[in-house]
Design a protein around this ligand. Sequence first.
Ligand SMILES: Cc1cc2nc3c(=O)[nH]c(=O)nc-3n(C[C@H](O)[C@H](O)[C@H](O)COP(=O)(O)O)c2cc1C
Length: 359
Amino acid sequence: MNLTIKKFLKHVLDRKTITRLKDLLYWFDCKLIHFASRTTVLTRLYYLFWSSEFTREMYAVINARRRYLFGRVGSSPSSFILRRNIHRLEKGLVMKPRREVFGEGYIAETVDYFKYCLAEDALLSSERIWATSVLQEYFRTVTSTPSIRQAEQVFIDCLPMIPHASGKLDHKPFSVSSLINVPVSFDDFERLCAQRHSVRSFAPIDVPRELIDKAISVAMTAPSACNRQPFKFYIFDKADEAAQIGGIPMGTAGFSKNFRCIAVLVGDLSAYPFEKDRHIIYIDASLAAMQFQLALETLGLKSCSINWPDIDRHEKLMASKLKLEIFHRPIMLIALGYPDIDSLVPYSAKKAPSDVTLG
Ligand SMILES: Cc1cc2nc3c(=O)[nH]c(=O)nc-3n(C[C@H](O)[C@H](O)[C@H](O)COP(=O)(O)O)c2cc1C
């Protein structure tokens, strides 16, 4: 229900009547859900005329698509198109057997976009080295066709814009043999995972920024769809800020006041041109979040994931605090810090493998 109507009703009605009204609305909503869930047409009507729960997401997704499709106009380019295409090329390079000609359908777009990003100085240094290495390897390996030759010329024209391009750039496919000897035993890893528990009480000690940065560097080794890594960590490591930001979601009532440091994971929906991929930011960021939390454990820090509620009022508040665009979506928060040694931790019994394994 509209916030202004809610405020007005609170003003003119007593508590009991408001509760009765809420119960009635809930009952009516249940009836509607029962009816609307029968067909997709009825579901559409339900969301069109009754529930606005998905409106913000739709608005965010369509704005993200606009940013992706017309990002070149009026704003600095994002590197997502390039990251995706470079990754497609490196996948082509490792295919067994490798095709003689591959990437022909998108190599022109890739080098054009590369040139454009270089001219706009819109690439991270890691992106510049990675893209240059992969493109060098691609043109060295692929069997040339007229369109590939044309693209290669565009790439060659770019080289003066790339520092150290004449040197050895080796961010290209490498042998799997260097990944075989795992330096961590299963037992050690199991102990680390078992030690991680959600801790909600923190000691009044500042968290050194170097430790957070170390954990983020481990988080960023996580897999992500097409290696886009479409998320950022917003860090608040001053106690008052951490308590304020950590108090915005609903799930921190009663314990946000003692936060010493909070990370807000924010996804960027403009990494994708189509609705079908709108969930990927949540998957990618969550994979990184898990690695982040395990890394914190190894550094003597504890953490607690915090749910981000998709509620307009909360979204607006967080967006204004973090200066987010509409296509930037908070995914989750992570409270972290040194634990208050005198506090308790919920047991949180886990399911057994047999409870969750099928087939
Ligand atoms: C996505 C997600 C959201 C969570 N949100 C909250 C939250 O809002 N408040 C809270 O106290 N704990 C929250 N938790 C922590 C869970 O309650 C906790 O992970 C779970 O009970 C298992 O306990 P453990 O983390 O100690 O293994 C969240 C965890 C996850 C993964």
